[in-house]
Structure formats: structure tokens, C-alpha cells
Design a protein around this ligand. Structure first.
Ligand code: ATP
Length: 900
């Protein structure tokens, strides 16, 4: 491979076997409690002193030299297996025995037996994920319980279960199974279950101590997904309940179980983990280290930085393809768009290669693709072709893709991030950014699974060194709505949980506001009956709320269809900027005037009609001709079956239909997407109801060429602009609202009160005031809880009046307890904000933005009202200092806009 030092200007800085980065080595030295189960005596002398626990010498330990010998022998004997089952089993067993972790098996088992919590660090490919569960099972550490191995991604969970089932010579779902969202393969004989971390969190709702499991292995913990963090926190709690009589376990085996519950062992694993941090979180748990990897990976860096990483990946690919021996290539790119572009270019240039050159089979791999298409990458390349997989970081951890010898790493990824802008009013979006050192090591680790591998990094070694060691935990950068709801069902408060890293108070405030709007919590932040029902469905809270609303509106059948499509992992309309217009033309017949939600319903209806008369190939052809993603439809039907099942258990009749009427469906959707609404501005753009962002309708939407007064949307994506995707018209809805009357929402006119010669106005204005949420945010006191249902009348019309003189008495509350509860039950209306008796009034000088003022003026004019809104009333805003974010505006008498 010396030749590679010139490829695309690459430097081979490490001609030796792949080794931990300098930063990682430094980390290892800092360890408090350290045991080397590889049994390398030389290393053991260098290891730092243990802080507690014994230093364990692997009984079957191996030395580095010996490992290298085994390594090279192994690389030449392994490969895609085939032939008879017995031969295959033998070869796989041989393969297992050669894994670095196998040499320390005895020592590892002893450590796991001794410790309730263990942090296990081992290089990629050392055998942690596939072997540790099997060792535990073989050693009888599980008792009658099961072993759960968590994975951040579905594809990893399913492919690992398949691999380990093969190693055990059983079918998937038998001794070895998996459970991922909307898919499960397990039975009463399952002892090892690969699960996504999200699924285990869901299991907590049913069984708060996860009593079915004796061992829970949290794999790839370095990714620090939100769910992993929730799990880590809960596992700590569960161990306290299950393992020890009282106090902190300190990661040590409890002597006296507190109850009859079986004790739980927790193992935290990764190749690139800040082991000390995890150890500390679990009371200085034991850290074990597996030295070595089965096959070396040679890493190359570019001599200069490569700003056009797609072009650079293209050139590197063809240099490998034309110069290097057989072996498949895995290219890491940030997202779908880059993958599609590179796929096109590779196919184009591959056609121009000399006739005798091997062909190229390109496979894209990203989360939005259907599961079956994702798993097709595991099949061998067609005869005489080189497989080229273009993947996002979905392929970064845990998985072994047979045949991969070369990895090209662009050094970029997309990261979900909460765009806060103004606190509490942001949204999650995917942003392209540089990867971390952890990711780079994981990506390199995908080569060298079956033999010597090579990784070409499209960035310099200096760039690698300047990357952060690991990513910011998701809990610090994403919305917390779903997690808070799930925790509420467990009787837990996110703010009070013991996390490795505390979540951001602004994100917590925003999540509470949304849950309150959805009716999942009340104004004391208590879980409502409705919230509990919502959490029962494996859906994001907004979609779960829409489903619940459909019961009231008599359209459960239609809403389940729509949310099933929205919950599928791939997109129904699979197009890009090149074919968008032609695709829109072809799909015109499905288009519904109210927007994308009814449009997808039309598609699903047509698909089902067509399915009744068509064969499998006929269906595929129909979808192809309509430019529809059949995988999404198939998955949606599967999800629908599960949602119907869940409905049955909740005693909800999922067959209730509204026929062709769209209003009930839209009403239900609006109820769930209440916080994802925007209204038209004079310049044709849309302004968020909750939040200050200006958004445009995505060009792929059926409403992109329309200007409706208000919209709801499924998601916002952030590119050159902020685009709303999955858009429907919220306008029809407004006509139905009318003046808020019975149900305790007394018409405002009658609520005009005077206090000390002043008319006191309470105005709900949405979050346009840039108010800050705080950790102890109380939604009902928040002026920003304006449901879009009251868009018309526009925001100024939602003026409510509060008698400040009476604010200390119960009657001052514009909503009595009774009326509040009525409101909660009312499908269309939410309680008006009200003054709380213990509210201390403060003044602050937050003014609405000019744009808001302009909007008010226009709104008032439209309704034929008189108002002098530039004067006076915007000047004062009541707020409570420690809470921020409330409340009332005052105006001099006469300032108030009032109906004619
Ligand atoms: N599906 C598979 N097909 C072929 N070989 C596999 C497969 N899965 C695992 N292996 C083999 O087992 C080895 C160990 O895999 P395992 O997933 O246990 O490693 P690991 O230490 O958990 O590493 P990582 O953190 O990178 O997943 C791989 O390097 C590969 O040789």
C-alpha cells in the first residue's frame, strides 16, 4: 500500500497497524480504575495505579506480538463465507476464537461476575458487541433473566442479531432476537436481545425496573444519544432498587438484595469512550480494557484540506478502484443530498471505464431509506463488480459490512441541533458539520473487519487532531418533548433526574410549553389522562395528539393512515431538485387542495385500491410510474397495523371514518401540530406562531405555489432558508372557530374591567416577544401559549382582561378551576393564560418587534376595529423576574383596540 502515499495527495502517517489516537492514549492514562483483560504483561506494567478494585491479569491473556501473529493469519483465512452449514458454523467459530476479546474471556467473565457496573473499552472490531452477550450467557450470569444489548440505530440492532444468531446457529427471534421501533423478532426462548435504546425506554413504561433483564449492555455509549442518557440515568435508579438495600452501589456488587427483584448488571461499552466519565457517574465503576483489534487498518490523511469533499471522494474512489486489488469501498458522507450527487457521478464515470475494468455496484445507505434497502448493502456485490456503499453515519458504529476493505471518510456529518434563535421557540434541524475524533476512529474501524483495511481521510492529520474528542451529548442540543412525556409516565421529572450532563433549561421550558399546548400536561406540569394515552402510542407527541383528536372528530381511520406515513422511516415522495417538477406533474392527481396531509392520504388510498388487483411486480411498477416510494407505503401499512393494535388496547375504534370530508382530519392534525403553525405575511413568507422564524413552504409541497393565510407543517428544514415541509392549510379551520364562548372562555367584551382608572389588558401574543423560558417555567402563566386555532381572530383579538385589583383572590382568575378543566376537555381551545394568585408583578421593558406591531395593526384593520397600537400599550410587560416570560400588557384607557 506504499503506493497510496501518493493517492490524491495522501500521507500515510501510520504505516503501522491502526492504533488509538494520541488523545485517546492520553485518556487511557488518566484512568482511575483500570483492568487490562487482554493480559498483555508489558502493558500492565505501564498501566496507571488503580484507584480501587483489583488489577486483573487475563487468564488467557495475549501479548501484543502474539496478537499480531494471529491477526495476520486470521486476515488471510476470513472472508464471505458460504458452502455447507456445518462448514460455515466451524468457520464462524474459528473466527470467534480469534477475536482479541476471546483471549481475555475468562478474566472478563470474572470481572463481570464481581461488578454490578462495568465500563468496557475495546477497539472497533475487537468483538465486544457480538461476543460479550454470548460469554455472559455461557457463564450463566443471567439467571432466569435476559440480556439486552442497546444500539443507537435500528440497522445495527437487526444486523447484529442476525450475526449472533448465525454464530449460535439458531434462527433470529429464537435464542437471539431484536426489538426496534415497529419491528420485533423475539420469543419466550430469547435470551439475548439487541434493542434500540428507544425501545428499552418504551419498555420502562410497562415495567419501571426492567425486571425481565438480568444484564443490560449499553453499547456505543460514546454517541450519547438522548435515549442513551435517559437509559443510563434510569439504570442507575433501577440498580438502586434491585441491587442494594440502601445507598449508592458504587458499582460494586450488592450483598443484600433490597427486594425479591433479581439484581441487574450494567455494562457500558464503546471503542471511543471517555471511560472515566461513565465510571464516575456510576460511583467509580470498574473500567476494563480489551487491547488489540483483529485486523490492522492503515490510515491515510490528505496533504491539504479538501473543501469540495464530494469531488475529492469521487477522485479517491476511482483511484482505489483502478489501482487497488479487489475489496469493497465504504464512503462516509454527511447526508442524502451528497449521497445522491456522488452516486450519480460514480455511475456516470463508471460507464466510461475501459470494458475490461471491473464494474461498480453503488448502494446508498441513509436513515430515510427503507429498511430493506438499507440491509441490501450486506449482500455480496454481483460477480466481477466492486461494491461501493455511500453512507451517512448510520454505518459508522457497530455494523460489519462484509467485503469492505477501503473506507473513504469525508470528515463531515449531519447533526441534529435545536435551533433556538430565541429561547424556547426553536426547532430541531440537521446541520452539516465536521465529525469528532471518536467518529473518525469508528469510521476507520469499518474497514479491517475481515482482513487488513485501509482508511482514506479527506482531511489533514492536523484537522483530525483539532477535532473535538467526542460530540456534544444530544440531551444538550435536541428537543426534549417526547422524553419529558415518557418520563412523566414513569412518574419522573426530567429536571430532577441524575444525568451525566444536565439538559439546557431553555429546551426544557420549550418542551413543557409544547406538552402543555398538546394537553399532555396541565398547568401544574402534571401528566394528564390524555398525556398518558398519548405516550401509549409509539409516536411523537404531536402525532399522538392528532390521533387522540381524531377520536373526537370521528376520523380515526384517516388520521391513523396519515400518521403512519409520517412515521415511516423513509419519505413517500422521493425526489430531488432535478426531477421535482416532473414528479409533481405525475403526482398531480393525488394532490389535495388543502395540502400535503390529505395528499398523502389520497396516495395511500390509491395504493391500497391498486394493491387489490395487482401482483407484487405490478405494485412496484405502479409506484415507480407514480414516482412514489413503495417502501414507505409498505412500512406505513405495517405501522398502521401496530397503531390499530394499540388503539384496540386503548379501546379506541380505529374504523371510525369521516369519508371524504377533510375538515375533521385537518382539525385533528392541527390539534397535534398546534405549535407547528405559521401565518402569512405581507411579503408572502410565513411567520411561526410559536417562535420568531420566518419560514417558506418547501418547493416539494403541494401548497408551494399557493398563499394560504395560515399553515401547519410537519417539520422545518434549515438550508439557505428555513423551509416548512409537509404543509397543510390551516385557513379553513379559522372559519370554524368563531368567538370563543362557552366552556369558560367568556367573550372578551364582557371581560373589560377597569382598575384605578386604567383598563388592564392581558394579551396573548405568541412568542414573538422573545421571552425567556426558565427551568421552572409554568406554561399557564406564559403569554406564548397561543394555539394557532385562534389565529382568526388574529392575535390582537385574543385580548383578555384581567382585574389586577382582584388578582390576589381566587375570583380574579379569569378562569375558574372548573372552567380550566372544561378547557382541557375542549378539543379546540386551551385555557387562557391567567394570573396566578402568588404572582409578584415586575415590570420589564420588552417590546414587541415592529413586525409584530405591524401585524397587529393589519389584523385590527381587517376586522374593522379601531386601535392606536403605536401608543402606550406595548410599553410595559409584567413579568416575574425569576421565571421570566410572562404576561400582561397594560395600556392607558383608550389605547385598547375594541370592537366597533
Ligand atoms: N455480520 C457480520 N459478518 C461478518 N463478520 C462479522 C459480522 N459481525 C461481526 N463480524 C466479525 O466480528 C468482529 C467483531 O465484531 P463486533 O461487532 O463484536 O466488534 P466490536 O468490538 O463491537 O466493534 P464495534 O464497536 O466496531 O462494533 C468483526 O470485526 C467481524 O470480523
Amino acid at each position: 500500500m506504499a503506493k497510496h502515499s501518493t493517492v490524491n495527495g495522501f500521507h500515510n502517517h501510520r504505516n503501522s497497524a491502526y492504533s488509538p489516537s494520541p488523545a485517546k492514549k492520553k485518556n487511557l492514562k488518566r484512568r482511575a480504575s483500570f483492568a487490562d483483560i487482554s493480559g498483555d504483561e508489558n502493558r500492565s506494567r505501564k498501566s496507571p495505579k488503580k484507584a480501587h478494585g483489583d488489577f486483573v491479569q487475563g487468564q488467557n491473556g495475549m501479548r501484543m506480538k502474539r496478537m499480531k501473529r494471529i491477526t495476520s493469519a486470521g486476515s488471510s483465512t476470513m472472508g464471505a463465507t458460504g458452502g455447507k452449514m456445518s462448514g460455515k458454523t466451524f468457520s464462524i467459530q474459528e473466527q470467534r476464537n480469534q477475536l482479541p476479546i476471546a483471549k481475555g474471556k475468562e478474566a472478563l467473565i470474572n470481572e463481570l461476575r464481581e461488578n454490578d457496573v462495568t465500563v468496557l473499552v475495546g477497539e472497533t472490531g475487537s468483538g465486544k458487541t457480538t461476543q460479550v452477550p454470548q460469554y455472559i450467557l455461557e457463564a450463566g450470569l443471567t439467571g432466569t433473566g435476559m440480556i439486552a444489548v442497546t444500539q443507537p440505530r435500528k440497522v445495527a440492532a437487526t444486523s447484529l442479531a442476525t450475526r449472533v444468531a448465525t454464530e449460535k446457529n439458531v434462527s433470529v427471534g429464537d435464542l437471539v432476537g431484536y426489538s426496534v421501533r415497529f419491528d420485533e423478532a423475539s420469543s419466550s426462548s430469547t435470551k439475548i436481545k439487541y434493542v434500540t435504546d428507544g425501545m428499552l425506554i418504551r419498555e420502562l413504561l410497562m415495567d419501571s425496573t426492567l425486571s425481565r433483564y438480568s444484564v443490560i449492555i449499553v453499547d456505543e455509549a460514546h454517541e450519547r444519544t438522548l435515549r442513551t442518557d435517559l437509559l443510563l440515568s434510569n439504570l442507575k435508579r433501577i440498580q438502586k432498587e434491585r441491587n442494594v438495600a440502601s445507598g449508592d452501589s458504587g458499582g460494586k456488587k450488592g450483598k443484600e438484595p433490597a427486594s425479591k427483584l433479581n439484581p441487574l448488571k450494567v455494562i457500558i461499552m464503546s471503542a471511543t469512550l471517555d471511560a472515566e466519565k461513565f465510571s464516575k457517574f456510576y460511583g467509580n465503576a470498574k473500567i476494563l480494557y480489551v487491547q488489540g483489534r483483529q485486523h490492522p487498518v492503515t490510515i491515510y490523511h490528505t496533504a491539504t484540506s479538501q473543501p469540495d469533499y464530494v469531488d475529492s471522494a469521487l477522485r479517491t474512489f476511482f483511484q482505489i478502484h483502478t489501482d487497488q486489488p479487489p475489496g469493497d469501498i465504504l464512503i462516509f458522507l454527511p447526508g442524502q443530498e451528497d449521497i445522491e450527487n456522488l452516486e450519480k457521478s460514480i455511475k456516470l464515470y463508471a460507464n466510461q471505464l475501459p470494458k475490461d475494468a471491473p464494474g461498480v455496484a453503488v448502494y446508498p445507505m441513509y436513515a430515510a431509506l427503507p429498511a430493506s434497502q438499507q440491509t441490501s448493502v450486506f449482500s455480496p456485490a454481483p460477480q466481477g463488480m466492486r461494491k461501493c456503499i455511500l453512507a451517512t453515519n448510520i454505518a459508522e458504529t457497530s455494523i460489519t459490512i462484509p467485503g469492505i476493505k477501503f473506507v473513504i471518510d469525508t470528515g463531515k456529518c449531519k447533526e441534529k441541533r435545536y435551533i433556538s434563535r430565541d429561547a424556547g421557540s426553536g426547532f430541531d434541524t440537521l446541520l452539516t458539520r465536521d465529525i469528532t475524533q471518536s467518529s473518525a476512529l469508528q469510521r476507520a474501524g469499518r474497514a479491517g473487519r475481515e482482513g487488513h483495511g485501509f482508511c482514506f481521510r479527506l482531511y489533514t492529520e492536523d484537522a483530525f487532531k483539532s477535532m473535538p474528542l467526542s460530540a456534544e451529548p444530544e440531551i444538550r442540543r435536541c428537543t426534549l418533548t417526547s422524553s419529558i412525556l415518557q418520563l412523566k409516565c414513569l412518574g419522573q421529572d426530567l429536571e430532577e433526574l441524575d444525568f451525566m450532563d444536565k439538559p439546557d433549561p431553555d429546551s426544557i421550558g420549550s418542551a413543557f410549553a409544547i406538552l402543555y399546548l398538546l394537553g399532555a400536561i396541565d398547568d401544574a406540569k402534571k401528566l394528564t389522562k390524555l398525556g398518558k394515552q398519548m405516550a401509549f402510542f409509539p409516536l411523537e407527541p404531536p402525532l399522538a395528539r392528532s390521533l387522540m383528536a381524531s377520536v373526537e372528530h370521528g376520523c380515526t381511520k384517516e388520521v391513523i393512515d396519515i400518521v403512519s406515513i409520517l412515521s415511516a422511516s423513509s419519505k413517500l415522495f422521493y425526489d430531488n431538485s432535478d426531477n421535482r417538477e416532473s414528479a409533481a406533474e405525475i403526482r398531480r392527481k393525488f394532490r389535495h387542495g388543502s395540502g400535503d396531509h390529505m395528499t398523502v392520504l389520497n396516495v395511500l388510498r390509491s395504493y391500497e385500491e391498486m394493491c387489490a388487483s395487482q401482483s407484487k411486480s405490478g405494485r412496484r411498477e405502479w409506484c415507480r410510474s407514480q414516482m412514489l416510494n413503495e417502501r414507505c407505503l409498505i412500512e406505513a401499512l405495517d405501522i398502521r397495523a401496530q397503531l390499530r393494535n394499540a388503539c384496540e388496547r386503548q379501546e379506541i375504534d380505529y374504523n371510525v371514518t369521516c369519508g371524504d370530508a377533510e375538515q375533521p382530519v385537518l382539525k385533528s392534525l392541527i390539534r397535534g401540530l398546534v405549535h407547528q403553525s405559521a401565518f402569512l405575511q405581507a411579503d408572502g413568507s410565513y411567520k411561526q406562531i410559536m417562535g420568531p422564524s420566518i419560514v417558506k413552504i418547501h418547493p416539494g409541497s403541494s401548497l408551494s405555489d399557493k398563499k394560504v393565510p395560515a399553515i401547519i407543517y410537519d417539520e422545518l428544514i434549515y438550508t439557505t432558508n428555513i423551509y416548512a415541509r409537509g404543509v397543510s392549510n390551516n385557513g379553513e379551520r379559522r372559519k370554524n372557530i368563531g368567538p370563543p364562548s362557552p366552556d369558560g372562555l367568556v367573550p372578551r367584551k364582557e371581560k373589560v374591567l377597569e382598575a384605578n382608572g386604567k383598563t388592564i389588558l392581558k394579551i396573548k401574543v405568541g412568542q414573538t416577544l422573545n421571552l425567556q423560558y426558565r427551568g421552572d417555567f409554568c406554561p399557564s402563566r406564559h403569554i406564548g401559549l397561543e394555539p394557532p386555532l385562534v389565529l382568526d381572530p388574529p392575535p390582537v383579538c385574543t385580548v383578555d382582561v384581567v382585574d389586577l385589583k382582584k388578582r390576589d383572590t381566587e375570583s380574579s382568575n379569569p378562569m375558574t378551576t372548573e372552567s380550566q378543566s372544561q378547557c382541557h376537555q375542549h378539543p379546540d381551545l386551551l385555557p387562557l393564560p391567567h394570573l396566578h394568585p402568588d404572582l409578584e408583578l415586575q415590570q420589564c421593558t420588552v417590546n414587541p418587534k415592529n413586525s409584530y406591531r405591524k401585524l397587529l395593526r393589519e389584523s385590527i384593520k381587517t376586522r374593522g376595529w379601531r386601535a392606536n397600537i403605536d401608543h402606550g400599550w406595548t410599553k410595559k410587560l409584567e413579568t416575574r423576574r425569576d421565571r421570566g416570560g410572562y404576561l400582561c400588557m397594560f395600556g392607558e384607557q383608550g389605547d385598547r383596540s375594541s370592537p366597533r
